[in-house]
Design a protein around this ligand. Structure first.
Ligand code: NAG
Ligand code: NAG
Ligand code: NAG
Ligand code: NAG
Ligand code: NAG
Ligand code: NAG
Length: 440
């Protein structure tokens, strides 16, 4: 009879992962069953399916039907699938798993119920007692090797194991439990006793986490979570119905006065009259109420040095009524097939926008700014963003400079040490001169 085999640990973890990501809100605990003999097959449960007590009862009836059985129930105080995903071996890396022995045991005849219905207490001990017709014998793992076992009758051994406490890292506790399982199984194998083992929890370990982690937006949870704030669509300039320039910004703040009274243009919908685009030049002209116009001039060119085309934002013009201030912005640049993104582009804090009229009091501050004037390929999404922050974020700079300073101090110190010479003669006016024999 074909038992339900788990080819390897990766599948085991993968299946548990799938189940933990599609869990329902009802409480459940995982149940792992393995046996030295074969187990009846179970159909792979559908994702998110919670095995009911009656389904488990039916399974145990067929698994424990004929003959006598020695059944071990490893009952951990708490257990959830998260424990397997968090502390189990990562794919291909069995070494750091806290469930090494259990995972190894599952390689043989095993059945996994990722989610067993849980209603206040574990139904498993009672079910097993009912199926076997014996009451569970609580055994301490240390005394297990000395236990007299009569395999001509049904045996049900219950081994309680703790769950993570405050005094120890969780991984340690789970590892020790896993060692316990390993030792007990080894004892049985040494005694050549056929067995069926079950591993489950008295209760789920992460009831609260399950409620908040439940990622699938189903029914009730949809109503419970407030809708995320609507993100306004990007400003699009279309040529014959196809987008050719796109711009998005959290804030398009402009100020025309000395005392910085900011107006956020992103709150208004502009008209795009005067915008223009062809293969090498793009101009986006945003006209707002109050006679304010903000224009972006972009061009793209092929640079043989980098063997690719780059686009630059050449100029940004801010106009109010008849007055125009021009900002040079040639540092805003990206490969032509990308978009350009920057958390902040301002005319006073960084060099990205430099006023050409140096006497001006007008200021521009663009927050979370993204622009693309080329290579949109008729799509309505920005291409991959070339970010102005790039690799050298302030944190990296600080780290780099600190290391350089340390290195400089070290080299300086080393240099000083190497400069030290032993005196070739020690001054002792009374004694004879030290003579160092010269070897040829
Ligand atoms: C530009 O085209 C896109 C998609 O084709 C459309 O969603 C958008 O509303 C258009 N914008 C304008 C200003 O016509
Ligand atoms: C931009 O302007 C808006 C509205 O005046 C203001 O709430 C926001 O704080 C400003 N942001 C910056 C970075 O100046
Ligand atoms: C794009 O427009 C600019 C400005 O009008 C013009 O100088 C350039 O030749 C045009 N390029 C192409 C490829 O049409
Ligand atoms: C800024 O300079 C441009 C050209 O140099 C000029 O036309 C414009 O009037 C100047 N604007 C102000 C506010 O000085
Ligand atoms: C974009 O659409 C225009 C007109 O519909 C078409 O001529 C052009 O080939 C399209 N470009 C791409 C890259 O799909
Ligand atoms: C644009 O992005 C949305 C959301 O990320 C995606 O669903 C859509 O398929 C994308 N459209 C194109 C044409 O790539």
């Amino acid at each position: 009879m074909a038992a339900s085999l788990w080819p390897n640990q990766a599948t085991f973890i993968a299946v548990l992962c799938i189940f933990s990501s599609t869990r329902a809100l009802a409480s459940h605990v995982p149940l792992l069953i393995w046996s030295s003999d074969s187990l009846p097959p179970v159909a792979p449960p559908a994702a998110g399916h919670i095995t009911s007590s009656s389904e488990l009862s039916a399974f145990l009836s067929s698994a424990l039907s004929s003959g006598t059985h020695t059944v071990l129930l490893f009952l951990q105080d708490k257990l959830s699938q998260d424990d397997f995903t968090r502390y189990g071996g990562v794919f291909g890396n069995k070494e750091d798993s806290a469930f090494k022995n259990i995972e190894a045991a599952l390689q043989s005849h095993s059945v996994v119920f990722p989610a067993l219905e849980w209603t206040g207490s574990s139904a498993v001990p009672a079910l097993l007692a009912e199926k076997l017709g014996v009451s569970p014998a609580l055994v301490a793992p240390e005394t297990f090797p000395d236990l007299q076992m009569d395999s001509s009758v049904n045996n049900l051994f219950l081994i309680n194991m703790p769950y993570c406490g405050q005094d120890k890292p969780c991984r340690e506790t789970l590892k020790e439990n896993d060692e316990t399982v390993g030792q007990v199984l080894k004892t049985l194998e040494d005694k050549k006793v056929a067995y069926t083992a079950l591993f489950t929890g008295v209760q789920p370990s992460r009831v609260i986490a399950e409620l908040s982690l439940s990622g699938t937006p189903v029914g009730r949870s949809l109503l419970q979570t407030p809708a995320p704030p609507a993100v306004p669509p990007p400003i699009m300039y279309n040529v014959s119905g196809n987008p050719c320039i796109m711009l998005w910004a959290q804030n398009l703040n402009v100020s025309f006065t000395e005392t910085e009274i900011w107006t956020d243009l992103a709150q208004q919908t502009p008209t795009l009259t005067g915008s223009f685009c062809n293969a090498s030049n793009s101009v986006l002209v945003l006209t707002y109420t109050g006679g304010i116009t903000l224009s972006f001039f972009m061009s793209q060119r092929f640079y043989p040095v980098s063997a690719r085309a780059w686009f630059t934002l050449d100029r940004v013009l801010l106009q109010q009524n008849a007055v125009t201030v021009s900002f040079s912005s040639r540092l805003v640049s990206a490969p032509a097939e990308y978009s350009y993104h920057c958390q902040s582009v301002s005319s006073f804090r960084d060099a990205l926008l430099t006023p050409i009229n140096t006497t001006t009091t007008w200021k521009v501050n663009l927050i979370d700014f993204q622009i693309q004037g080329f290579s949109l390929n008729n799509g309505t999404n920005f291409s991959y963003a070339s970010d102005c922050a790039g690799f050298f974020t302030p944190g990296i700079w600080m780290g780099l400079l600190t290391s350089l300073l340390m290195l400089w101090i070290f080299v300086y110190g080393l240099h000083m040490i190497l400069q030290l010479n032993t005196m070739d003669r020690f001054d002792d006016p009374k004694g004879p001169c030290i003579s160092v024999p010269q070897t040829e």
